[in-house]
Structures are given as structure tokens and as C-alpha cells.
Design a binder for this molecule. Structure first.
Ligand SMILES: Nc1ncnc2c1ncn2[C@@H]1O[C@H](COP(=O)(O)OP(=O)(O)OP(=O)(O)O)[C@@H](O)[C@H]1O
Length: 257
């Protein structure tokens, strides 16, 4: 595919003697620019490991990841972030000593000044533009009104949305979200669905790992299914819903996604 913004080419990841990603031939798939890819599969299929390989948290044992024609093999995670790729983690992370708003402001300012500088209050307090962007990002994830809250007072679902806002404020070209609806209440899930649809409409490339298939398959335009680290199926959501291999391995005969 010529207009692929991201290419995963024959990637294998071994942990000791265990192959977590790649299967016999290596994992290969492309993500078109502006596409919305759902990455699904049973527990332990290799979804989070694939995210770690794409975002540079882990290096492939074999194969390579290419972002906008740049081979990421020699790039650190921070370099890849600088190229416009953002991700959330399955377990949300936040700076406990900063307010909700400050946590989002750090999402942008840390690339220049370091989170420790931010924690000491040394960032440009006068940077009204950054503050406004952070406030807008919080509103988009349904956390308007929580700006001055301590992070410790947020629910698990709100913490997950805070992490989305922290990455959103960086205006990524490619945005990876790892199980964004886990522990999130229906109201915030609705906000998240609108946000993802808006980002998709605006041309952001999205890759989302999710066990909530009803949520994901309504939003994604393409789906990659992993099983035991290998590609089991790839196609449009409707094809995936009907694919007998996917139904047998993951969805189950009475699925409602
Ligand atoms: N650092 C590691 N060392 C050893 N094995 C690992 C490591 N990280 C992941 N694994 C193993 O690799 C396999 C894939 O794990 P991964 O977390 O990528 O799966 P997943 O599809 O994201 O699962 P889940 O849906 O449960 O989050 C699992 O068997 C896991 O135990």
C-alpha cells in the first residue's frame, strides 16, 4: 500500500525462547494514512507487545517498523514520539504531585523542559496558549471542571481519560490507544467515541487495542486480528465479524459485536 503511514514488516519479538509476536513468518501489516485500525485478539495474543514495538518501548528481535518511510530500528521511544507518534498504556500513568491540568501541560512541555522542571513549577506559567490547549483536551475527554483536581481524586476511568488528554494535546499524527474503555463509565465512553470519530474525520491515524468490540468495530475502518502473536485475519469490521476463524478463535458463536 503506497499511502501507508506505518508499516510493520516481518516483525518478530522473542522473550527468551518464547515468541510473543511474529508467529513463524513475522508480523506484517500496514496502516494507511488517516486510517482507523482496530487491533484485537484474545488475552496474550501480542497486542500490547505490538504497541511496544511500534512505539519503541521494545525493539524487534527481527523485522522492522517504518513510520512515514523512516526505519525506526535505531530510534528511541522519545525519538519516535518526536516524529508524531503518541500512545496510551494499558495501565494509565500520571504525575501524582501535579494537578489534572498540569499533567496535561506536561504532555507538551516535557519534550523541551523535562517533567522534573514542570513538577518544580518552572515551565512558562505565562504560556497561556499551552494552558488553553490543555483545557481544550480535557474538555474533549469529558474532564472539564476537573482541571484543579488532584490526580489522586480521579476515578480509574477518569485517570484513563486524563492519559488520553495528555497525548491528545501533543496533536499526534499517529495515535495508539491501549484499551481506552477499560474501567471507563458509559458517559465517558461516549465522549471517547465522539473524540475518536472527530480525530479520524480530521485525518489523525488511529490504532486502537480494545476488548470492547461493540465500541471498536463501530469506529474502526479496518481490523487486524492477532492470535498467538501472528496475524489471524485482517479486513473491514463486517468481514471480521463474519470471519469463521475469528469467530472460532475469539468472538465466539454468540457474539454481539
Ligand atoms: N516482558 C515480557 N517478558 C516475557 N513475556 C512477555 C513479556 N511481555 C509480554 N509477554 C508475553 O507475551 C505474550 C503477549 O503479551 P501481550 O501483553 O502483548 O498480549 P495482549 O494481546 O496485549 O494481551 P491482553 O489482551 O491480555 O492485554 C503473553 O504471553 C505475555 O505473557
Amino acid at each position: 500500500m503506497s499511502d501507508a503511514i506505518l508499516k510493520v514488516e516481518g516483525v518478530i519479538k522473542n522473550f527468551g525462547g518464547f515468541r510473543a509476536v511474529g508467529g513463524p513468518d513475522g508480523l506484517t501489516f500496514n496502516v494507511p494514512r488517516g486510517g482507523f485500525l482496530g487491533l484485537i485478539g484474545p488475552n496474550g495474543a501480542g497486542k500490547s507487545t505490538t504497541f511496544n514495538l511500534v512505539s519503541g518501548v521494545l525493539k524487534p528481535s527481527e523485522g522492522r517498523v517504518v513510520l512515514e518511510d523512516k526505519d525506526l530500528s535505531d530510534c528511541k521511544a522519545s525519538d519516535i514520539a518526536g516524529l508524531g507518534l503518541a500512545r496510551t498504556f494499558q495501565t494509565p500513568r500520571a504525575f501524582p504531585s501535579l494537578t489534572v491540568l498540569e499533567n496535561v501541560m506536561v504532555g507538551v512541555s516535557h519534550t523541551n523542559e523535562g517533567p522534573f522542571s514542570a513538577m518544580l513549577g518552572n515551565w512558562r506559567q505565562s504560556d497561556g496558549e499551552l494552558r488553553e490547549k490543555a483545557q481544550a483536551a480535557l474538555a474533549k475527554v469529558g474532564l472539564h471542571g476537573h482541571e484543579d483536581d488532584e490526580v489522586g481524586n480521579l476515578s480509574g476511568g477518569e485517570l484513563r481519560m486524563l492519559e488520553v488528554a495528555r497525548q491528545l494535546v501533543r496533536e499526534p499524527k499517529v495515535f495508539l490507544l491501549d484499551e481506552p474503555t477499560a474501567g471507563v463509565d458509559p458517559t465517558l465512553q461516549q465522549k471517547l467515541a465522539s473524540l475518536l470519530a472527530d480525530l479520524h474525520a480530521a485525518g489523525t491515524t488511529l490504532i486502537v487495542v480494545e476488548h470492547n468490540l461493540a465500541f471498536l468495530l463501530n469506529l474502526a475502518d479496518r481490523v487486524v486480528v492477532l492470535q498467538n502473536g501472528a496475524l489471524l485475519a485482517e479486513g473491514a469490521p463486517d468481514e471480521i465479524r463474519r470471519n469463521p476463524d475469528v469467530v472460532a478463535a475469539y468472538l465466539g458463536a454468540d457474539h454481539e459485536a
